[in-house]
Design a protein around this ligand. Sequence first.
Ligand code: ZN
Length: 383
Amino acid sequence: MTIARGRTRTDTDTSASLPSDVRAHNLAFALRTLHAAGPMSRADLSRAIGLTRVTISDLVTELIARGHAVELGISSAVRPGKPAILVDINRHGLQIVGLDLTENDVLRAAVMDLDGRILAQADRAIADEKGAELAQIVIELTHHGVTLATAPLLGIGVGTPGIVNAEGTVLTAPNLGWENLPLGDMIEDATGLPTQVHNDADAAVHGEYTFGGGTDDMILVRVGRGVGSSLMVGGVRARGVHSAAGEIGHLTVGTDGGLLCSCGRYGCLETWLAVPALERALAKVASAPDPSAAAEAVFHKAGERLAVALAPIVAAIDLAEIVLCGPPHLINETFLESVRETLAQRVLPLLPPPTAVRLADEPQNTVLRGTVVMVLSSQLGVD
Ligand SMILES: [Zn+2]
C-alpha cells in the first residue's frame, strides 16, 4: 500500500482497512498536503504523496465535487510539456466559526477561512454570568457568528477553559460554573452545524503548531482567567488518561504558602499568574513609591513561579520550546525573561539549542486559530 510517504503525522496500518477507509485516508492525505504546501499540479501532488497520477486525478475530482478543493488556473512554472492546472484546498471558499471562551470579561466569536485568517468578529461582554445563563449566551453568540459567514460553513469550533471529553462535553470548568455540560451537542442542535469543543490550551497548541511555526516538542501555556497548558510531544498532542494533560493551573508552586486559590488550597500556579491574580497584584502596587519598578517585580515573580512549575516538565520531556499566550500588557518581555532566567537555573544545561521561551505567533488569536485546526481535522481529516 503506497500511502504513508512524506508529511504524515499518524501511522495508519492500512493493511487491514476496508477500501473505503483507504480512500477516505487518501482523500484526507491529499487535502492535508495541499493545506500545508499550497497550490500544486496533480502531477506534483502525485509525487508529493506517492500515489499514481490516475489515483490522484480521481481523488482530486471527488474533492472538487465535494467543494473541498478548487482548481486555480494554470501554473506559471516553466517546465517542459503542457502547462499544468493548479489545485488547492478550498481555503477561501469554506469558512469556520470559532469561539474563544477564555477571556475574563468577553466571549469572542470569529468567522475564519481555512488559513485561520479572521474575516469577521463578534464579541460579547460578560460580567459574572455562569452556568446555564452563560451557556445560553454562548449559543446566542454562536448564532451571531454564523450570520456573519459569507461562504458555506465547514463547522464550528469552540475553545473553552476546563476539561472536555472527546464528545464535546465540558466535564468541569469551575471558573464558568459548568459541570457535565454537553456544549457540543447543544451548539449542534441550535445551529445544525458539526461542532468541535476542546479545551482552550489544546486548541491553542494546534493553532500554534499549524499556523504559528510551533515545533514537534513544545508546551503552550495560556494565561487567562485561569492558567492552562497543552503539550505537543513528537508532533502528537498529549491527552492523558482523564483528557487532562497540561492542567497545571492548580499545581502548588513552592512550599512558602501563598494566596488562597479557588480550589481551596494555597499557592497554586493560578494564584501567581492568572489574569485576575496579576491584576490584583498590580493594583496593590499602583501606589508604591516607584510603581513601575514594583510592577516589574510582580511580572518577575510570576515568571519565576511559572518556570518553577515548568522546569520538571521541560526536563522530563526534553522540550524544544515554551510558548506563552495571554494579554500582552501582562505577558510581556519582563515576564518572559524571568521564565528564561529561572528555567536556566533549574534544568541541566544540555546541548544547544536550549529550550526557547517565546510568545505565541498571534497571542490574542491562538485559541481561535486553533478551533480552525480542530474543525479541519474532524471534517476533512486535515491537521
Ligand atoms: Zn488551586
